[in-house]
Ligand binder design. Structure first.
Ligand SMILES: [Zn+2]
Length: 248
């Protein structure tokens, strides 16, 4: 196995499955990506080369450094926006997994003053305070809106600050989790939360977001318990993959 591939088969297997789960949940389509920090070298992370998440295989997973480079690979073979992941891992040592998505449902909150907050229990990881919005134009002027450099990744990460997610104006969102399963649950819940919020606003209802206390209590859920593993088992079953207890 070359230096650009991880020898940690379990991590690679989980990351491949994470790609398929996020495609199944319509959080990722042909675009967007998910990564995990490399447990064998925390100054690197694992992510697919430039492929649609739904069809990512173990052979597609490569070790990226925090400058977004992969040994022996040309930049054109990699995701253009890999700098989102690199910059978040660089700035936040506790982050174990990162996603970038273009899910339509969150976009209204990225182009307006509408606050995106947690409004239903499964989306508590969004937080009680509105999700911050990063506008690439403020620092970089007119661009194609994509995060294509280390500097742009670091700018995005400054807006993320110590939060779990940040909206990207007219583009999508980036989210960071302390584990892959936590990130998956959060990323799957975010577009659902946005839809519920928009449906309520369209119906003319007054929104009651979750409180700081409710969010804090929900966040104490231990995902290694059967109630947490249930989600993991559900996704494995839906995707026809053997369930490994304790995974993620
Ligand atoms: Zn993007």
């Amino acid at each position: 196995m070359s230096n650009s591939h991880s020898s940690n088969a379990r991590i690679v297997r989980e990351l491949v499955l994470a790609n398929h789960i996020l495609a199944f949940e319509n959080v990722l389509d042909a675009y967007g990506h998910v990564s995990v920090r490399n447990p064998d070298n925390p100054a690197t992370f694992l992510m697919s080369r430039s492929r649609s998440p739904e069809i990512v295989d173990p052979d597609d997973i490569f070790i990226h450094d925090l400058a977004g480079n992969v040994e022996g690979m040309a930049a054109k073979e990699l995701y253009r926006e890999r700098f989102i992941h690199a910059a978040i891992y660089e700035a936040r040592s506790e982050v174990a997994a990162v996603i970038h998505s273009h899910a339509d449902d969150v976009l209204p909150f990225s182009i307006s003053k509408l606050p995106l907050q947690a409004v239903f229990h499964a989306a508590s990881s969004i937080g009680a305070k509105p999700v911050p919005v990063w506008d690439i134009r403020k620092e970089f002027g007119d661009t194609n809106l994509l995060v294509e450099s280390v500097d742009q990744g670091r700018s995005l990460t400054r807006s993320l600050a110590d939060r779990s997610m940040v909206l990207m104006r007219g583009h999508g969102f980036a989210a960071a989790g302390s584990s892959l399963i936590y990130l998956l649950k959060m990323a799957a819940a975010l577009p659902r939360n946005a839809r519920i919020l928009l449906d309520t606003l369209h119906a003319g209802g007054e929104v009651v977001p979750m409180s700081e206390g409710e969010v804090a209590l929900r966040d104490q859920t231990d995902l290694s318990l059967p109630a947490g593993q249930r989600q993991w088992e559900y996704w494995c079953r839906k995707l026809g993959v053997a369930f490994e207890p304790g995974g993620f």
